[in-house]
Design a protein around this ligand. Structure first.
Ligand SMILES: Cc1cc2nc3c(=O)[nH]c(=O)nc-3n(C[C@H](O)[C@H](O)[C@H](O)COP(=O)(O)O)c2cc1C
Length: 379
């Protein structure tokens, strides 16, 4: 693959040297753009010598149309490390140097591997900028928690270069299957109103759906994300937000898709809604719960493509329920996961197809999503 690596001014820039070296050894063709800030941490010659890369710096910016030529060149564009500054500039349409001008002209998902001190990582301005990037279909690789260059321990370490290299490798393989496919992903947890101010919901974080959206966006799919409740933004070409099961059904019912991933935790029951605000005038309050629409069955009844359902079950009935769901709902695959993974960073899933168990995957949701996407591409 032709890989363009943008390197910005973080101590973690040394990791991009390792990344470039790993990709070079796996036969990828590399070009590297170094920001002015990055030159304090790494040198162009290192990338040339270690990774056979053609290297561009600010001196190349106003020589012809370098930014346009470079934006048209790669199969994959990754900014690693991505500083607070570069993320902020790209998210806000600033293109005042070579790297951000390439980003402005690049027509596809840009991959950002952020690296920064925990205080910067938690800054609400950064959070907003990351959401903006995802809203425009760009992919944010997760950061690690651990020792930072300052000696502090916290969140904000750049993803390890071996993991970034594995991700890049995967993208190359997955594209031949997923490129151009229209994929709809529901994620998060629905909320059902009790009255005008209160809701009943569940603990779904939406992380699995966001990880699937990242893997599929990187793989060249046209991703439509439907976020249920107040979950984070997923990288997608289209993002819809819904709260209730009925709203979810309304958005989904007319949609076309090649693949539909029903990763959202959908309420099975909803309270009988009472207008206004229920007064606190008794010691106990009884809510009457009624069944919600079975969205999966309704959607499967008007099936337009391949449907991947998700089953969250207690461990002792995980396998039987997964197989029952597959049979009775008329869907194509089920990703079964035990109840203890809800809201967690790590997960363990079993992928079932109509012929039986296709695979068992465990690890960070980010990794597991890629394994699911890979398994579906190879059946
Ligand atoms: C020693 C040192 C380490 C830095 N590390 C980071 C970092 O890890 N992440 C970050 O966002 N900024 C970091 N900065 C700040 C950036 O270098 C600064 O915002 C700069 O303007 C980034 O420019 P660039 O993004 O165009 O490379 C660091 C600065 C210094 C002096």
């Amino acid at each position: 693959m032709k890989v363009l690596i943008g390197v910005s001014g973080s101590v973690a820039a040394y990791k991009s040297l390792i990344l470039a070296r790993l990709l070079f050894k796996r036969g990828h063709n590399l070009k590297v753009v170094l920001t002015r800030g990055s030159l304090h941490f790494v040198a162009p010659l290192s990338f040339q010598e270690l990774a056979g890369a053609e290297v561009f710096t600010e001196g190349d910016f106003f020589r012809g149309n370098t930014h346009i030529d470079l934006a048209r060149w790669p199969d994959l564009f990754i900014v690693a490390p991505a500083t607070f500054n570069v993320i902020g500039k790209v998210a806000n349409g600033i293109a005042d140097d070579l790297l951000t001008s390439i980003a402005a002209a690049y027509n596809g998902p840009i991959h950002f591997a952020p690296a920064m001190h925990t205080e910067m990582w938690r800054n609400p301005i950064l959070r907003r900028n990351l959401s903006t990037l995802k809203r425009f279909g760009h992919v944010i690789l997760p950061v690690g928690t651990g020792e930072l260059a300052s000696g502090d321990v916290g969140e904000g370490r750049m993803m390890e270069p071996e993991d970034v290299a594995a991700y890049v490798e995967d993208v190359g393989k997955l594209r031949s299957f997923w490129e151009g496919k229209r994929v709809v992903i529901t994620y998060g947890g629905t909320q059902e109103p009790i009255d005008d101010v209160r809701v009943i919901t569940n603990r779904s974080s939406g992380r699995m759906g966001i990880a699937l959206a990242s893997a599929l966006t990187s793989a060249g799919a046209y991703v439509v994300a439907i976020a249920c409740g107040d979950v984070d933004v997923a990288p997608a070409r289209e993002l819809h937000r819904v709260r209730t099961v009925e709203e979810l059904y309304e958005v989904l019912k007319g949609m076309d898709y090649d693949y539909l991933f029903m990763a959202a935790a959908v309420s099975d029951y909803r309270p009988e809604y009472r207008k206004g605000k229920i007064k606190k005038n008794s010691e106990s309050l009884t809510l009457n719960l009624v069944r919600t629409r079975d969205v999966l069955t309704s959607i499967a009844g008007e099936k337009r493509g391949i449907i991947v359902g998700f089953a969250l079950e207690e461990p002792h009935r995980l396998h039987t329920e997964a197989q029952r769901k597959l049979r009775e709902k008329g869907i194509d695959y089920v990703v079964a996961n035990p109840t203890e993974v809800i809201g967690r960073e790590e997960t363990r899933v079993f992928l079932y197809g109509r012929e039986g168990l296709l695979g068992e995957f465990s690890g960070a949701k980010w990794e597991v999503a890629r394994q699911i996407v890979r398994a579906l591409a190879s059946v």
